[in-house]
Design a binder for this molecule. Structure first.
Ligand SMILES: Nc1nc2c(c(=O)[nH]1)N[C@@H](CNc1ccc(C(=O)N[C@@H](CCC(=O)N[C@@H](CCC(=O)N[C@@H](CCC(=O)O)C(=O)O)C(=O)O)C(=O)O)cc1)CN2
Ligand SMILES: [Zn+2]
Length: 769
């Protein structure tokens, strides 16, 4: 009798209930009590839903008010020194939000914890910080309270924690270059105390997430795994430990993992499909083997018959010690298909969101327990949807396939422009920009008015013409504002875009989009990743209308704004029936057409955003070259056919570029704007070291906080940049887009930024004479 369990459930709520409660609390519009009531109701609703889906073990502790890595920092009492002084005067909740966002309803503003990508997902976590003052001390109140809450529901559950090694590995030590493994000995007693507490609280199974076992680990880290888990096994009081690994195969960590003294091991049976047989052969049959067979990173229905072929022999041998689960936490998929009333009905049968994935697990379990014939009807339904998708003529398009084939025959199409120096000269002539030209990354505040207008338009309460008139007004406002601030290169502000990926997905063939397919990106911010189900093509121009409208309002250059092929891929749910590379090429061709149309319409500068370029990098180094080759190629397919005096910009953020500089240079954008302000231009070191050849705009202020940048600070940062990059190639811009900020924050910040650029120019001229 196989058992089923889940590693984690989306916490934001099917209708983003948590988001609205959080934001209302932050605004001072509601109390901590009311936030807690919403949170508690959501946790109960999610547990009940999972229980009703037939799961045997439910996750508890996967809920978070912001981020589960930050929760872990608080669980082990790791509060960075800059927050400590005010700790005692604040509620636990405000302490927490002050670290997460640099602000809480109570307490003074602080520098927020650094945020970075969780593995190769679009989820961001707050980076744990370690230094010589770091101490640990158990504070399990949140986890214990959630355990009590779950107990009251009378369901079988297992608490979930982030394992000590993954916790350390994901953290950073800023002061020196010390490996965070240094803190292991200090940290372990806290985990040991926690295990003891949990066992005494009656916990039978504890899920310990150690996803870093899917990364390239050196010997020191591998050795630390053995040491750590041996210590846990030696405890007098401890729950049984289910060690979970996800996001990839174990590869060179396989031996380490299989030797760990834990009662259960969970592996990612989707991305680690090739390892299942080996693990089954080597993992003792008297221990639990959990196979993550249902894809937690995508939304396609599983091929259950194929899975049963795989699982039946294992089940025969392992019985109830075979557990079935999603590959990873379901945090990365939307809650349910149930409310998707406008989604194409056929397409809908091809999909499974979190709730439907749990139903798949239950069906698998029943098929194993009772035999396939007992559940034949349900299995047949599933099989039919899979078969229909496989041979649907909505998926493939001969014209698109032929165009990609032609591309493979003449790859030179991606190398049509003159070298940078020649282009730069042509562009200097055309645009005559001052030294240190100022610009922004694209978006301006997505105000309540804008979002409300769009939501009314989508609900049919506004006519298209009315909606467009409102957008035109907001775009005009943004253009006028930028002229007032004195910026050199303007943008239209992206008012008409719900999201930089979804907006394009809505206009491309081969894409579908949902109404409530929300997935948490960070804190209260969510995205609705579009679904790429078929060959991608562009039926009509996508941005020409609004870009030329914006250009008509100003004599300054108006930068066209597109999302690059890799980001379009990375932030969507991608079809799994062809290599990702091929889908990227199709998107690149659609963008190529768009760029040509913009150019023909007189737009002289075009930005092709690739913030997810680094995120798309495979987790294992052995796979990097292949990815970088096709990712660069996709960008070049999109951009390399424009005139020499058309200026191509790109933008990247949230990334460390050190290890991929040659690929970034190979994109050969005329200008790259990057996030550097939070790392004190540290990032620029990579660009300098590599002698990055083209123009760079190192972001001079952090747009993720409401706190205002000072002129001095921006001048200082740019001066730092000027030490290593010739001033002729430097641009002045914020870190990233301004859509999450308010106009009251944007205005003074940009005025100061322009002032900083003017000071820099004056100094440069002074120096030269
Ligand atoms: N896809 C993606 N990933 C990304 C980024 C990004 O921009 N896009 N940026 C980085 C950081 N991540 C981010 C993710 C989301 C948001 C963000 O602002 N999201 C918005 C939602 C954006 C959106 O889809 N808006 C829709 C729906 C807006 C809405 O909530 N409307 C209300 C009604 C309006 C109202 O009364 O306020 C409703 O439907 O209920 C629209 O504008 O049309 C949010 O959570 O609030 C920002 C950054 C990395 N990853
Ligand atoms: Zn950005």
């Amino acid at each position: 009798m196989a058992l089923t369990h889940n590693l984690g459930f989306p916490r934001i709520g099917a209708h983003r209930e948590l988001k609205f409660a959080q934001e209302s609390y932050w605004q001072g519009d509601s109390t901590a009590d009311s936030l807690n009531i919403t949170a508690s109701a959501l946790r109960k609703r999610h547990l009940t839903l999972q229980h009703d889906s037939g799961l045997d073990w439910l996750p508890v502790g996967d809920f978070s008010f912001y981020d589960h890595v930050l929760d872990t920092s608080l669980l082990v009492g790791n509060i960075p020194s800059r927050y400590r002084a005010e700790q005692d005067n604040l509620s636990t909740l405000d302490q927490y939000f002050r670290i997460a966002r640099g602000r809480a309803p109570q307490g003074t503003p602080a520098i927020a914890g650094e945020m970075t990508k969780w593995f190769d997902t679009n989820y961001h976590y707050i980076v744990p910080e370690f230094d010589h003052t770091t101490t640990f001390n158990l504070n399990a109140s949140k986890l214990l309270a959630e355990i009590e809450e779950a107990k009251a529901l009378g369901i079988a559950f297992k608490p979930v924690i982030l394992g000590p090694l993954s916790y350390l590995y994901l953290g950073k030590c800023h002061s020196t270059d010390v490996d965070t493994l240094t803190w292991l000995d200090a940290l372990l007693p806290v985990y040991e105390r926690l295990l003891d507490r949990l066992q005494k609280a009656g916990i039978e199974w504890l899920q310990i997430d150690e996803p870093i076992l899917a990364l390239d680990l050196n010997k020191a880290w591998q050795g630390a795994f053995s040491r750590t888990y041996q210590r846990f096994a030696a405890l007098e009081h401890t729950p049984k430990r289910l060690l979970t690994v996800y996001f990839g195969p174990l590869l060179n960590n396989l031996k380490t993992a299989l030797a760990l003294p834990v009662e259960g091991l969970h592996i990612d049976a989707v991305r680690g499909r090739a390892e299942i047989e080996t693990v089954h052969a080597q993992w003792p049959v008297d221990k639990v083997l959990s196979l993550g067979v249902v894809d937690g990173r995508n939304i396609w229905r599983s091929d259950l018959n194929a899975l049963l072929d795989l699982l039946e022999p294992f089940h025969e041998i392992r019985g109830d010690r075979l557990w079935l689960a999603p590959s990873c936490s379901l945090l990365h998929v939307p809650v349910s298909l149930q409310d998707e009333l406008t989604l194409d009905p056929e397409l809908k049968t091809w999909l499974a969101f979190a709730t439907e994935k749990l139903a798949e697990l239950d069906l698998l379990k029943r098929a194993l327990q009772q035999g396939r014939t007992k559940v034949a009807t349900e299995l047949a339904q599933q099989a039919q949807a899979i078969a229909a998708r496989r041979c649907s003529n909505r998926v493939t398009r001969a014209d698109v396939q032929a165009r990609v084939q032609a591309l493979h025959r003449s790859p030179a199409d991606a190398h049509l422009r003159a070298p940078y120096q020649v282009r730069a000269a042509a562009q200097r002539q055309r645009f005559a920009l001052p030294l240190f030209p100022t610009t922004t990354i694209g978006s301006f505040p997505q105000t309540r008015d804008i979002r409300q207008a769009r939501s009314r338009f989508k609900a049919g309460e506004l006519e298209k013409a009315q909606y467009e008139a409102i957008m035109a007004e907001h775009i005009a406002y943004a253009v006028t504002a930028q002229e007032r601030y004195g910026l050199d290169v303007l943008v239209h502000g992206e008012a008409e875009r719900n999201d930089m990926v979804e907006y394009f997905g809505e206009q491309l063939d081969g894409y579908a989009f949902t109404r409530f397919g929300w997935v948490q990106s960070y804190g209260s911010r969510c995205v609705k990743p579009p679904i790429i189900y078929g060959d991608v093509a562009r039926p009509n121009a996508m941005t020409v209308h609004w870009t030329t409208y914006a250009q008509s309002l100003t004599d300054k250059p108006m930068k066209g704004m597109l999302t690059g092929p890799i980001t379009m891929l990375q932030w969507a749910f991608v079809r799994d029936d062809q290599p990702r590379r091929q889908t990227a090429e199709q998107i690149a061709l659609a963008l190529q057409d768009e760029i040509k149309d913009l150019e023909a319409a007189g737009i002289g500068m075009i930005q092709v955003d690739e913030p997810a370029f680094r995120e798309g990098l495979p987790l294992r180094q052995q796979d990097w070259d292949d990815y970088l080759q096709w990712a660069v190629q996709a960008f070049r397919i999109a951009t390399a056919q424009v005139r020499n005096d058309t200026q191509i910009h790109t933008h990247m953020c949230y990334s460390e570029f050190n290890d991929i500089m040659p690929a970034i240079a190979a994109l050969d954008a005329d200008v790259i704007t990057i996030e550097t302000s939070r790392s004190n231009m540290e990032l620029l070191a990579a660009f300098t070291h590599f002698a990055y050849p083209n123009d760079i705009g190192p972001g001079v202020y952090d747009i993720h906080t409401p706190n205002l940048p000072t002129v001095e600070r921006m001048v200082e940062l740019m001066s730092l940049a000027a030490e290593s990059i010739p001033v002729e190639r430097l641009w002045v811009n914020p870190d990233c887009g301004l859509k999450t900020r308010r106009w009251e924050e944007v205005e003074p910040a940009l005025v100061r930024m322009v002032e900083a650029a003017q000071m820099l120019r004056a100094r440069a001229i002074h120096k030269a004479s």
